[in-house]
Design a protein around this ligand. Structure first.
Ligand code: P53
Length: 490
């Protein structure tokens, strides 16, 4: 196998990414309100997390403690700095700033916490990359407004964005609006779909909801989120013209199961059914197939002329993406005629791709493929990879070392494919932030044992343990990757 090496520019943003709800814990500290992540119980592989009505005594809610990053961020950031991080992505917990979402005034204790956090990053020369909404809107907005199904939430989100843009005007340059906004387009009857719509939009379906009902709710909520994002982008640029504000989407590429024309079309439609949100972020307009779908489906979403103007005025400066795996689809005829082309495919196993212990595919070339695909769709677009990595079980040896060659293998191959996309294909990738550089609570399962980190955190799925931080072998490997500008991968 060829072992070409590639070196990226000096200003390339190497680092890692977490989200507030998976790390901070301290779910009621400093006046924080209850978020939609605070009512998610622990699940496991093949056991969905439950969404409870408020916080129920006696159940295990792993996000309540996270890894206590709220109290440990100084020592944790020092470890990131030791690896040479240039950038670190986290999110602001909306509920620390507006505990209920519709409070008259922002919460000063919450604002002060992020002042200190960003100051600490700058002390180490680490650039903050900040997500405004990462799976955690205020629970009150769900109960009182119906989450993102309600147009009023646009104004509440924009006000929150404006408050933090002003407050951190000189501390944060890189922002993104809604984490993995298009997860909710994966409409299905699988329980994981309810989880995805909950985390994106704070929407809960009743048991009778049909696929068509889910589709309509998703399109409407997605539209409001896109308008909120666009209005935030515009206001952000007014507050500081140097802000770089992106949208954020998961971009697992689609592959066709066979070269049959029916599978090829199903593949293309699957991609369009997911990527319309990214189109709106980048181009400020709905793609033609969505407009046609609105016209003929009998479903008229609430999209005003003012919304369309707002979307055009708030196109993003870059796209932040997460990349973990790829998805292979084949055509099914008329699976859901009602849903038009949205539903006419099904996901199949791809025999060319290995999987991890949670059945997530491992497909490094898919990263180069998807970066090229994005560059074809949106020529010249700046892209920041803000999540990539492998969830794995780790074992601590008697001497306290942790050997994680599987993690190094995964990241090495993905970084190499990214470098090919940059150096050989000319895709404008501006950063690589691997997911969970320190072990955190899994979003999908709520487990602690699904670990992504270079830094081990001694806590188990019940939140028990010393909380001690230990360096895994991958810690030293990633330090070399960064020090060499991506040239030393082996
Ligand atoms: P975990 C679904 C599909 C793709 C990415 O996931 C996803 C999800 C939701 O689980 O989540 C992103 O922790 C997300 C992170 C999350 C990470 O991927 O389930 O932005 O919050 O932790 C990894 O292994």
């Amino acid at each position: 196998m060829s072992k070409e090496t590639y070196q990226l520019n000096q200003d390339f943003l190497w680092g890692g990414a977490i989200a507030a709800h998976q790390a901070e814990g301290a779910w009621q500290a400093g006046g924080k309100g209850v978020s939609i992540a605070d009512v998610l119980t622990a699940g496991a592989h093949n056991l969905p997390r439950q969404i409870t009505d408020g916080v129920v005594e006696g159940l295990n809610y792993p996000n309540h403690h996270g890894i206590e990053f709220y109290d440990t961020y100084k020592e944790d950031l020092a470890l990131m700095a030791e690896m040479g991080f240039k950038a670190f992505r986290t999110s602001i917990a909306w509920t620390r700033i507006f505990p209920n979402g519709d409070d008259a005034e922002p919460n000063e204790a919450g604002l002060a916490f992020y002042d200190d956090l960003f100051d600490e990053m700058h002390k180490h020369g680490i650039e903050p990359v900040i997500t405004l909404q990462h799976f955690e809107m205020p629970y009150h907005l769900v109960e009182a407004y119906g989450g993102w199904s309600n147009r009023q939430v646009i104004d509440l989100f924009v006000r929150y964005a404006e408050v933090v843009f002003k407050r951190y005007r000189d501390k944060v340059t890189y922002w993104m609006t809604h984490n993995e906004i298009s997860n909710q387009t994966a409409i299905s009857d699988d329980p994981i779909y309810q989880f995805l719509v909950w985390t994106n939009s704070g929407i809960r379906f009743d048991e009778q909801a049909t696929l068509k009902d889910k589709q309509e709710a998703m399109v409407q909520a997605g539209h409001y989120e896109l308008v909120a994002s666009a209005r935030a982008v515009k206001i952000g640029h007014e507050i500081n013209p140097d802000f770089v504000i992106g949208g954020m989407a998961n971009v697992a590429p689609f592959y066709p199961a066979t070269p049959s024309p029916a599978d090829m079309l199903a593949w293309q439609k699957a991609r369009q059914a997911r990527d319309w949100m990214m189109d709106v972020h980048v181009r400020g307009e709905y793609p033609s197939d969505m407009e046609k779908f609105f016209e003929r489906s009998g479903f008229r979403p609430d999209i005003t002329d003012q919304d369309r103007e707002d979307l055009r005025a708030g196109v993003v400066d870059y796209m932040a993406i997460s990349y973990y795996n790829s998805t292979t689809v084949r055509a099914v005829s008329d699976k859901d005629a009602e849903m038009e082309d949205f539903g006419n495919f099904e996901i199949v196993k791809n025999d060319y791709i290995k999987t991890n212990d949670w059945d997530w595919g491992i497909d490094p070339q898919g990263l180069r493929f998807t970066l090229n695909e994005m560059n074809e769709l949106y020529p010249g677009l700046k892209i920041m990879i803000v999540e990539n990595g492998i969830g794995a079980y780790d074992t601590i040896e008697a001497d306290g070392t942790i050997h994680d060659p599987y993690r190094v293998d995964y990241l090495r191959e993905h970084i190499r494919e990214m470098e090919k996309a940059v150096v050989l294909d000319g895709v404008d990738v501006i950063g690589f932030l691997s997911w969970g550089p320190i072990d955190i609570v899994s979003a999908g399962t709520g487990e602690m044992k699904k670990r992504y980190g270079y830094i081990y955190v001694d806590l188990d799925d019940m939140g028990e343990g010393s909380g001690q931080r230990l360096k895994k072998d991958s810690f030293y490997w990633y330090r070399e990757v960064i020090a060499s500008g991506g040239q030393t991968l082996d």
